[in-house]
Design a protein around this ligand. Structure first.
Ligand SMILES: *Cc1c(COP(=O)(O)O)cnc(C)c1O
Length: 391
């Protein structure tokens, strides 16, 4: 289908907030208790059920959640944390915030996730933790990840920001493992506008998380207050928690709808001949092993075959798509090449797969309210655009 008549702009993501959610928010605002309270407790209890009864605490955003996870794991100055450069920069920034050193390793170009062989090769006596990121919701090889962690006595802080309702061998991400961090930022599959949650191993870790999210304060009796370990201001509000509770009711439907849209994408991409144009599609799922929640549907452009080459091709494609009424995004440019990280010694050529994919990766529209015709339009427009910009 080609765009002849003007059509509505199709963004790459749009949150789904129903009337019931808006009504719930109104109730919280009218209740007289608007910051952390009963809704946060109910949200945490519901999340804990979702994650097999493991302890869960919520925070004001996913980055704060990661920072608390690092503190719970006692990661600090002198420690190295191995992670991927193809992520939202928060993943690396939180490592710096606690005073540790992020060590980037290359990605597996098929999954676009951290390469576990490279992880193992990067382990030194200072390595304390691994932060895998499940890009677009696709888990890494969880068996292998935890075997490496066990063999080298490392903590795992899973940046599962994008992976709510993704699965490994049928088990939900978060229902097993070490510290597992989720984000509920507006673009994620389930949102609280801003927010996050951490799945932990023990009531002791959960208690420490509660303290660290509110200045480290320990209350006893009616009037007792103490601080043993200073914390920050990272609590979620009841308004946000009410949104999250309402969203969670739709989790199954959201995941199912995204899977349908992904199937539609693969079918339309084949019809539009995207692979023949050199466009790399996501790794098809093996639903018995690593099941993605299709947080994003991302392709990698053949920048070397397109006008503008490595430096400009993606910009041209994205501009042209926007002119045709289709929004796209970049998730993500490789973190190690940002100016600050270059100042720590990271350079072009160090992580070639990440650098190539970071130049060509494009996020196509994907949200449950999309229709089959929207997917057809995206694939047809992308195909036309790449043909037009071919060298
Ligand atoms: C969204 C996201 C975060 C951070 O979450 P915020 O809630 O925006 O702070 C961290 N890592 C990844 C991979 C993300 O996608």
């Amino acid at each position: 289908m080609t765009a002849s008549a003007p059509q509505d702009f199709l963004p790459f993501v749009r949150p789904n907030i129903d009337d019931a959610t808006i009504a719930e928010v109104g109730k919280v605002l009218a209740s007289g208790w608007i910051t952390s309270g009963p809704k946060v407790q109910a949200f945490e209890a519901t999340l804990s059920d979702l994650f097999g009864g493991r302890p869960v605490r919520t925070f004001s955003n996913g980055s704060a959640t990661m920072e608390i996870a690092l503190r719970i794991a006692d990661i600090g100055p002198g420690d190295e944390v191995i992670t991927t450069p193809i992520t939202w920069v928060a993943t690396a920034n939180v490592v710096l915030t606690v005073g540790a050193r992020p060590v980037f390793v290359d990605i597996d170009p098929r999954t676009r996730n951290i390469d576990l062989d490279a992880v193992e090769a990067a382990i030194t006596p200072r390595t304390r933790a691994i932060i895998p990121v499940y890009l677009s919701g696709l888990p890494v090889d969880m068996d292998r990840l935890y075997a490496i962690a066990k063999r080298h006595n490392l903590r795992v802080i899973e940046d599962a920001a994008q992976a709510i309702d993704s699965r490994w061998r049928g088990q939900r991400i978060g229902a097993f493992g070490d510290l597992v961090s989720f984000s509920f930022q507006a673009n994620k599959n389930i949102t609280t506008i801003e927010g996050g949650c951490l799945v932990m191993n023990s009531p002791e870790e959960a208690q420490r998380a509660e303290r660290l999210r509110l200045q480290g304060v320990i209350r006893t009796g009616m009037d007792g207050m103490d601080v043993e370990e200073p914390g920050g201001k990272f609590n979620l509000t009841d308004v946000n928690a009410a949104i999250g509770l309402a969203q969670l009711q739709h989790l199954d439907a959201i995941t199912a709808r995204r899977a349908e849209l992904a199937e539609t994408y693969f079918r339309c991409a084949a019809n539009a001949g995207l692979a023949d144009l050199g466009i790399e599609l996501p790794l098809p799922r093996d639903p018995d092993v690593a099941t993605t929640n299709w947080h994003m549907f991302q392709v990698v452009l053949p920048t070397d075959r397109l006008r503008g080459g490595a430096a400009e091709a993606r910009k041209h494609v994205m501009e042209s798509m926007r002119e045709s009424g289709i929004g796209t995004g970049v998730h993500y440019p490789p973190v190690h090449l940002f100016t600050y990280f270059r100042s720590l010694g990271w350079r072009e050529g160090m992580l070639p797969h990440a650098e190539r994919i970071g130049r060509g990766i494009v996020t196509l529209p994907m949200f449950p309210a999309m229709q089959t015709a929207d997917v057809e339009r995206v694939c047809a427009t992308l195909s036309e655009t790449c043909k037009r910009l071919s060298l």
